[in-house]
Design a protein around this ligand. Structure first.
Ligand SMILES: CC(C)(COP(=O)(O)OP(=O)(O)OC[C@H]1O[C@@H](n2cnc3c(N)ncnc32)[C@H](O)[C@@H]1OP(=O)(O)O)[C@@H](O)C(=O)NCCC(=O)NCCS
Length: 195
């Protein structure tokens, strides 16, 4: 079994920059992946042998990449009880092991524990993560936006929202299922400082 630590970073790092450069591999290559939101966010990360293999960024109000990327043309709430969840990926070597589900459910649990009521985000139709985000409790907002979500410059975004209290059982159940899946794939998950 390989040990994976799930933890939360409160600032951007060289390790995150490196992970992004290989995690967004099929998409546009950038010279620099850091964004203005990165030092204003939490980053839930999965670490193996000191390397980040999967992550999602949590950006609290008043910052909202989703609203900025869509020029505020989005019908999602922007309020002090809302977090944005963006910039998610798993590096290719560890895909399809269940680790992204671990990260995403931890993101929702952490946000609720920090007192937030809603998580908003968007899924990209070409990535087809819809079934999975629905299982976590996300609902789609009836709007498809053509936007440039870095680094997916020519893509579309379907806005989604999760009521963190209403769906707590859903994302906790998804976490437990994903934990079994990661174990089947030889990965042993431990959470540290995610409360
Ligand atoms: C999409 C991605 C994050 C999935 O990461 P992962 O660690 O392999 O995901 P998991 O093994 O935890 O599976 C999570 C769910 O994602 C979906 N999924 C996994 N791989 C996928 C793929 N290649 N394409 C589309 N959906 C995928 C599935 O619904 C899966 O759940 P299920 O197997 O129970 O149905 C990963 O393929 C990735 O990093 N891709 C490039 C970056 C990217 O597209 N990020 C945007 C995410 S909106």
């Amino acid at each position: 079994m390989k040990d994976i630590i799930i933890t939360v970073l409160d600032k951007y790092s060289d390790e995150l920059e490196y992970a992004r450069s290989i995690g967004f591999d099929q998409h546009l290559k950038l010279d620099n992946y850091k964004e203005i939101y990165d030092d204003l966010s939490w980053h839930v990360v999965a670490i193996i042998d000191n390397s980040i293999i999967s992550t999602i960024r949590i950006t609290p109000f008043p910052n909202s990449p989703i609203h900025d990327w869509t020029n505020n043309k989005i019908r999602l709430p922007l309020d002090k009880n809302v977090v944005n969840v963006t910039k998610g990926f798993t590096i290719p070597e560890y895909r399809n092991t269940g680790i992204f589900k671990i990260i995403f459910s931890t993101v929702l649990d952490f946000s609720k524990k920090r007192g937030f009521d809603f998580a908003i985000g968007g899924y990209i139709p070409s990535v087809e993560s819809r079934k999975f985000t629905n299982r976590l409790g996300f609902e789609e907002i009836d709007q498809l936006l053509e936007v440039g979500v870095p680094p997916y410059t020519k893509d579309e975004l379907i806005p989604i929202i999760c009521d963190l209290k209403k769906n707590e059982q859903k994302y906790k159940a998804e976490y437990l299922k994903a934990k079994l899946q990661t174990e089947t794939n030889g990965l042993s998950v431990t959470k540290k400082n995610c409360e």
